[in-house]
Design a protein around this ligand. Structure first.
Ligand code: SF4
Ligand code: SF4
Length: 101
């Protein structure tokens, strides 16, 4: 006989701080580190970046964050190289680059 896990009631978060602690995407989806999947490395050119937050919100692995000096940075422990950020950046501020292993 299988034992089902208890159902946890879901309350819609009202603020970013209501979401669970790391690791999670801004959308609230829990993420795992899949850096070993990466075949190429996305790089953000902050001189081109318009701070629209699109990449930050859409990265499925919550790998993009904003540094203290207001630059968008990619966490190489989390980025799996899926390319969503490159495709979604309307300002072509993210490009593939070769990764030095
Ligand atoms: S999607 Fe492009 S322009 Fe927008 S925050 Fe990300 S890097 Fe900057
Ligand atoms: S390629 Fe971009 S969208 Fe995909 S995991 Fe890496 S940072 Fe996130």
């Amino acid at each position: 006989m299988s034992v089902r896990p208890p159902v946890i009631p879901w309350a819609t978060p009202q603020a970013l701080s209501d979401y669970p602690e790391w690791p999670h995407a801004p959308s609230g989806i829990l993420v795992e580190g899949h850096a070993s999947w990466r075949q190429a490395l996305p790089q953000i050119d902050n001189s081109q970046c318009k701070k629209c937050l699109q990449c930050y919100l859409l990265c499925p692995d919550a790998a993009i964050s904003v540094s203290e000096d207001n630059k968008f940075v990619i966490d190489l422990e989390l980025c799996k190289g899926c390319g969503v950020c490159i495709r979604e950046c309307r300002f072509e501020a993210i490009r593939w680059s070769e990764e030095k292993k």
